[in-house]
Design a protein around this ligand. Structure first.
Ligand SMILES: Cc1ncc(COP(=O)(O)O)c(C=O)c1O
Length: 394
């Protein structure tokens, strides 16, 4: 039956992870995969997570099935974390999912249910998995301009011109914060302008929130999403707890839809039905860790302190690399790296230059020049900058 099955091309990020692991150089640097690393190069289990897990181990007396939507406390806590009361709960339907990836996929399936083949507008540079997830649900991705590569900032005019073409029945995918891969985020004014555009056209926003707390702070990072939710009749949301709770492999995500009250119950049942079709019950352990932390003032304080520390470290890495690049290249061309947000930035490198950095210097980054700022030890910023300056000189 499977004689003709072709071997699919390996996902670029997964291939890069494998190549880095196989590289025997001891001074290699991994700026590829999007995980946070501390000063020792570890991706630790957060203290609050350890404490919550100990509590669950002590008190959990059953692992029987829950509802298709998952743990009710997780859904409620996540609603507050994401929406901060911007809309009444009577307008919110949500289900747990295995990670943010499945949340994106389930929302795409939801769109396909009512609009098969619908257009989903995606920023021209985006998380490499957005395209495949949209296509897997039979939807059609259409790019909108996003990055002004020269300025390392938002191509505001390009974005607004392209999004003005989005129509009712189409969806506009936006990164809630810490845009992956550019690190370029919308200002409050940009969000308001996007909201006004969508209000006029009737196109539906879909916010992917994978890094809440890594940009400016938990509430500030959700400001754009909350503005859309308060202003528009419908907002789709996919969120991940992989980064801000460090629960990567436990697979904790949520798919959410903000709709008018009258459609809320139908939406909740539809999302639950979509879960049933693909994995039935979402994984419980990670979500329970999240609701245990968010529901307990002491654990929440421990978590916030650690999250603040991670954010500060990423910002420090950004400044260190921007300074080192300025010194090594004698120019401020990549100075925007310091002002960008979250884990990622794009360095203005060709694929050939990226290959040379990997082969000659053991520095690993994505083929488009995407670097994980949260993966770099600031003491290696000079090494990275000198190597980058070298390949730029040719
Ligand atoms: C923009 C974006 N969305 C969603 C995800 C999904 O994350 P996960 O499935 O690991 O929770 C990621 C992870 O890198 C991401 O960058």
């Amino acid at each position: 039956m499977f004689e003709t099955l072709p071997t699919p091309k390996l996902d670029g990020i997964i291939g890069l992870m494998q190549a880095f692991a196989a590289d025997t150089r001891t001074d290699k640097i991994d700026l590829g995969v999007g995980v946070y690393r501390d000063a020792e190069g570890r991706t630790p289990v957060m203290r609050a997570v350890k404490q919550a897990e100990a509590r669950i181990l002590d008190t959990q007396d059953s692992k029987s099935y829950l509802s298709l939507a998952g743990d009710a406390a997780f859904l409620t806590e996540m609603e507050t974390l994401l929406l901060g009361g911007a809309v009444p709960s009577a307008r919110v339907a949500a289900v747990g999912t295995p990670g943010g990836t499945s949340a994106v996929r389930q929302i795409c399936e939801l769109i396909a249910k009512v609009r098969p083949g619908a257009t989903v507008w995606v920023s021209a540079q985006t998380w490499p998995n957005h395209g495949p997830l949209i296509a897997a649900a039979g939807l059609t991705a259409r790019p909108y301009r996003y990055l002004d590569a020269e300025a390392g900032a938002l191509d505001r005019a390009g974005m607004m011109t392209d999004l003005a073409q989005a129509q009712a029945g189409e969806v506009v995918l936006l990164h809630g914060c810490c845009h992956n891969p550019t690190g370029v985020d919308l200002s409050a004014q940009d969000w308001a302008e996007v909201a006004a555009l969508l209000e006029r056209s009737g196109a539906t926003p879909f916010v992917d929130m994978a890094y809440q707390g890594f940009g400016e702070g938990l509430d500030a990072d959700a400001g754009g999403l909350r503005h859309l939710a308060a202003r528009l009749p419908e907002v789709l949301i996919a969120a991940s707890c992989s980064k801000n709770f460090g629960l990567y492999r436990d697979r904790v995500g949520i798919a959410m839809a903000v709709v008018p009250d009258a459609q809320r119950d139908a939406m909740a049942a539809t999302l639950a039905g979509l879960n049933r079709q693909s994995f039935a019950f979402p994984p419980d352990h990670g979500g329970r860790v999240v609701s245990t932390i968010l529901g307990d003032p002491m654990l929440r304080a421990v978590w916030l302190e650690e999250l603040d520390g991670m954010r500060a470290r990423v910002q420090e890495n950004r400044r260190a690399l921007a300074n080192a690049l300025r010194e090594a290249t004698g120019s401020d061309r990549m100075g925007a790296v310091a002002a960008q947000q979250g884990m990622f930035s794009i360095l203005p490198l060709t694929e050939a230059q990226v290959t040379k950095l990997r082969e000659d210097h053991g520095i690993y980054m994505l083929w488009d020049g995407r670097v994980n700022m949260a993966g770099m030890d600031p003491s290696r910023a000079g090494d990275v900058a000198r190597a980058v300056a070298g390949v730029l000189r040719g």
